[in-house]
Design a protein around this ligand. Structure first.
Ligand code: NAP
Length: 279
């Protein structure tokens, strides 16, 4: 083989190795369904040991068992990410069992439906903030400081295009996700240079969350999106692998949109469109 071809082949091998997560421990909250499940599978396929977290221990164990059946190392941890003390216990358990965390994905999130603003109770408002913003902050603080004191790591927060295209029907959620974007940049400063902190900002994806959408209305809207459709959960994996791995060693404080370009033609500019819930 000519020398330049050998060099190119080596280059290609090296490029793929950038995404290798062998020997790394990844914690994925909300790892039992939707985007979190897709990321958990992707990390396992890239060689990581994966800790699957959600409120339901059985569902976490089911996913962990499926990953183990594929040859990966995986464990399950039940935790409500909106409860500070449960996060402390989660981190203690993971460090006791694995000794390290290299990748943390703050993915668990909720986007409850309401008809009018006064239907948003204090309890609902607090829950949206707790699950989408407070929990990710606490987990990043607990894990990030340990990462910084050890070998470093990568924290990925899952935001939403709702943060930059807030609509009338997702006001508390949009505010929480805008907080996630801001928090990502602050945490990148606080935990750098050893720990990189980035956010993935998804647009509309077909997951459990999308079951509440008015699909006729969504299809009409989607016709104006550059990609003309919603995303499939597996389409989040490339961005997650990039941010989790050595492929992104000079990327921190970034808010990476994975939205098929939808934010550029979405509601959220006060255009008087009927209420709908997209993200
Ligand atoms: N799908 C979209 O269109 C879209 C768009 C923009 C942003 N996002 C964001 O992407 C992330 C994932 O969304 P998704 O669509 O994949 O959602 P999903 O299919 O509804 O899955 C949500 C996951 O989070 C877990 N979860 C929910 N509340 C939790 C809590 N309090 N503590 C721990 N785990 C909890 C769920 O498991 P349990 O029920 O067992 O707890 C489940 O594993 C969320 O942050 C969401 O805001 C989604």
């Amino acid at each position: 083989m000519p020398a330049d071809t050998v060099a190119m082949t080596r280059g290609a091998d090296h490029a793929l190795e950038l995404f290798d997560l062998s020997g790394r421990v990844a914690v994925v909250t909300g790892g039992t369904r939707g985007l979190g499940l897709a990321m958990a599978k992707g990390f396992a396929q890239a060689g990581a040991e994966v800790v699957v977290v959600s409120r339901k221990g059985d569902a976490c164990e089911e996913v962990a068992a499926a990953l183990r059946a594929e040859g990966a190392k995986a464990a399950a941890c039940a935790c409500h990410v909106g409860h500070w003390e449960q996060l402390d216990a989660l981190v203690d358990e993971v460090y006791r069992d694995f000794g390290r965390v290299d990748v943390l994905v703050n993915n668990a999130g909720v986007s409850p439906i309401y008809d009018k603003l006064t239907d948003v109770t204090e309890e609902l408002f607090d829950k949206v903030i707790a699950v989408n913003l407070k929990g990710p902050f606490r987990l990043a603080a607990l894990v990030g400081e340990r990462m910084a004191a050890a070998d470093g790591g990568s924290i990925i927060n899952v935001s939403s295009t709702g943060a930059v295209r807030p609509t009338r029907d997702i006001v508390p959620y949009a505010a929480a996700k805008a907080g996630v974007n801001a928090m990502t940049i602050g945490l990148a400063h606080a935990l750098g240079p050893g720990v990189r902190v980035n956010a993935i900002m998804p647009g509309p994806f077909l997951t459990t969350i999308s079951r509440a959408w008015d699909m006729e209305l969504f299809a009409e809207r989607a016709r104006t999106f550059p990609m003309r459709r919603a995303g499939q959960a597996g389409e989040i994996v490339g961005a997650a692998l990039y941010l989790a791995s050595d492929a992104s060693t000079y990327t921190t404080g970034t808010i990476l949109s994975v939205d098929g370009g939808a934010q550029w033609s979405m509601a959220g500019t006060g255009d008087g469109a009927p209420a709908q819930r997209q993200t």
